[in-house]
Design a protein around this ligand. Structure first.
Ligand code: CTP
Ligand code: CA
Length: 230
């Protein structure tokens, strides 16, 4: 393999990245979340740092979540902010927004939150129970609303009609770019999407451009995404 020339095309750029899963508490000891590990976000951050950017990284924490590692020379350019809920993620991200030129929204935000979490541990009973869920804040939507002239890259992980849904989200959310990838259906092992080291998908641009990125490590996919948008 030929050595890749060192590109520093993101020097002087400051970028906000949301990543990982959010969680919503049911009670003092239980919560609901999703399968996100934050790996794609970490890969996006590491590549941005390698290219010279300053990164504000708002990470939903959960067991096993991957945190980005600043490559050599990029120490001090990674600001890691850990949050739990969608609301905390929105607040942290909105605070950083005025400082950045662009936003990478790779977080898997829980679309619903538990309406009234119990401060005490709920006790087991033999009856069925119902849990009231209310819509969570749309983190990317709130950022987009508050934006001045920042650019936006969104992500969409879909089980069906990946590109159609991706295109719809690119337009509906007013994004500059959207990376859409397939996630395996329940009970099926996949090579793209959640909790695997590889990914593949299509990068859509608001100008109608589309670039298919073939199966590769998430680091390789991140490199190709930044090649396109840097
Ligand atoms: N997103 C967000 N806050 C939410 C939901 C989504 O910031 N509450 C962001 C994600 O980080 C991603 C983009 O919006 O960049 C698309 O997320 P996705 O879950 O695919 O979109 P939804 O509109 O929630 O659609 P779906 O019903 O498919 O979940
Ligand atoms: Ca969603």
């Amino acid at each position: 393999l030929a050595a890749r020339p060192r590109v520093l095309d993101l020097t002087d750029e400051r970028i906000l990245i949301t990543a990982g899963p959010t969680t919503t508490a049911i009670d003092a000891v239980r919560y609901i979340t999703n399968h996100s590990t934050g790996r794609m976000g970490a890969a996006m951050a590491e590549e941005a740092l390698r290219r010279g950017a300053v990164v504000d990284y708002v990470l939903g924490i959960d067991k096993g979540v991957v945190r980005p590692v600043a490559p050599r020379g990029a120490e001090g350019r990674l600001n890691l902010i850990e949050v739990r809920t969608a609301e905390e993620m929105a607040a942290a991200a909105l605070e950083k927004l005025p400082l950045v030129q662009g936003v990478v929204a790779s977080a898997a935000v829980m679309d619903y939150s538990v309406a009234s979490p119990s401060a005490s541990k709920l006790k087991r009973a033999s009856d069925a129970i119902a849990l009231d869920l209310v819509p969570s804040v749309d983190v990317l939507g709130a950022l987009r609303q508050a934006a001045k002239d920042q650019w936006f890259l969104g992500f969409a992980a879909e089980t069906d009609d990946v590109e159609t849904h991706g295109k719809g989200k690119l337009e509906a959310k007013g994004l500059d770019f959207l990376f859409a990838n397939e996630v395996a259906k329940l009970g099926v092992a996949g090579q793209t999407g959640f909790a695997v080291g590889t990914n593949a998908g299509v990068l859509l641009g608001k100008d109608g451009s589309r670039h298919e990125l073939k199966l590769g490590s998430k680091a390789e996919i991140a490199r190709q995404i930044w090649d396109r948008i840097a």
